[in-house]
Design a protein around this ligand. Structure first.
Ligand SMILES: Nc1ncnc2c1ncn2[C@@H]1O[C@H](COP(=O)(O)OP(=O)(O)OP(=O)(O)O)[C@@H](O)[C@H]1O
Ligand SMILES: [Mg+2]
Length: 325
């Protein structure tokens, strides 16, 4: 598959309309009938047909002919649908290199106004051209495994829920977006800029992941991270996937915690267990790399504070044991 920005540049308006039409149709059918594609894209049958053949050739669209002529997109085309929306909304002006590929996302650097697009609440009307700022565009991939499964087993799955992967990826992006909105700026997370389909646009954070960095003074840095974990906990949120991979160390030595789609409310029954795991992952990293040994209970006590922070009323567990002394 060619680079996302190149793929985007090679598409014309008609291609984008077709991809968007198939995506819309996939909310109802696994394979979108040709008639629906034509109706949604508002193209002539001939125009749609040649456009679709080109997209099939580029491997952006899959076609079936049995039991009817139908079309389907995968993640590469879905990325292009979201990107086109972000470009139309003036959120993204340039798409750059790949920043990272994770289990459940691909992240690109980009340049854009950094302001919310016109469809986002709080967007200023008629902005003058603002300066471009570095952004990160994270395309979620939560349903990737089930997508492969659906494709392989498509003939046996006619009655299954439609397009689990689109649903899962959109849900992942929406959860990350809501969490960033809830935490920024009180907790050091990337500033959320825009949400489109399965893509979250946020501030690009310079620096490197904690696991790659050699810290000169590990102990105060661990304290800085725990302070952010505590701050999120007080706001009722547990990261739930915290590790040295999801902490960025800025060039000036500041901490930014990324990768929030799995965050849970501190009222979730598993919240305490997940917070404990997050803290353990961090402590294990500092113990392994710097031989810095901090007792778990001590670190947890720092995080939950004197009043237990966001814990649920009446709930018992280690938070309460810490509080009881
Ligand atoms: N706002 C950002 N600024 C700079 N780099 C980022 C930003 N967001 C993500 N990245 C880079 O992209 C990589 C992957 O992003 P992220 O950790 O959010 O998702 P992920 O690792 O795919 O998720 P998972 O942990 O589920 O696999 C990060 O490790 C980091 O290198
Ligand atoms: Mg990550």
């Amino acid at each position: 598959m060619e680079n996302l920005a190149d793929a985007f540049l090679r598409l014309d308006r008609k291609d984008i309309s077709l991809l968007k039409a198939i995506e819309r149709g996939m909310r109802h059918s696994e394979w979108v009938p040709i008639e629906d594609v034509i109706a949604i894209a508002r193209l002539s049958p001939k125009g749609a047909s040649t456009g679709l053949s080109r997209l099939v050739e580029k491997k952006l669209v899959s076609r079936t002919t049995e039991p009817y002529e139908g079309y389907q997109i995968g993640f590469a085309a879905y990325d292009l649908v979201a990107l086109s929306d972000l470009v139309d909304r003036d959120v993204v002006a340039f798409l750059g290199d790949l920043l990272g590929v994770g289990k459940e996302s691909v992240v690109f650097e980009a340049l854009g106004s950094g302001a919310p697009g016109p469809d986002e609440p709080g967007a200023p009307p008629n902005r003058d051209e603002p300066p471009l700022v570095p952004l990160a565009v994270k395309f979620h991939r939560q349903g990737r495994t089930s997508f492969k499964h659906v494709r392989r087993a498509r003939d046996h799955l006619r009655d299954q829920p439609r397009c689990a992967w689109i649903h899962a990826a959109r849900l992942g992006a929406a959860r990350e977006w809501r969490t960033l909105k809830a935490l920024h700026p009180e907790v050091r997370v990337p500033r959320p800029v825009a949400l489109s389909h399965h893509a979250v646009v946020m501030e690009h954070v310079g620096g490197a992941e904690l696991y790659k960095v050699e810290l000169e003074e590990p102990e105060p840095f661990l304290e800085l991270i725990l302070k952010e974990v505590a701050s999120a906990w007080r706001r009722g949120i547990v990261h739930a996937d915290l590790s040295a991979y999801n902490v960025l160390v800025g060039e000036d030595g500041e901490v930014v915690i990324i990768d929030w789609p799995q965050a849970v409310s501190s009222r979730d029954p598993r919240a305490q267990e997940l917070l404990e795991r997050d803290v353990k992952n961090l402590l294990d990293h500092f113990a392994r790399k710097y031989h810095l040994v901090v007792p778990h209970q001590e670190a947890l006590a720092t995080v939950v504070g004197d009043d237990g922070g966001g814990r649920k009323e009446g709930e018992t567990g280690w938070v309460d044991r810490i509080l009881e002394g």
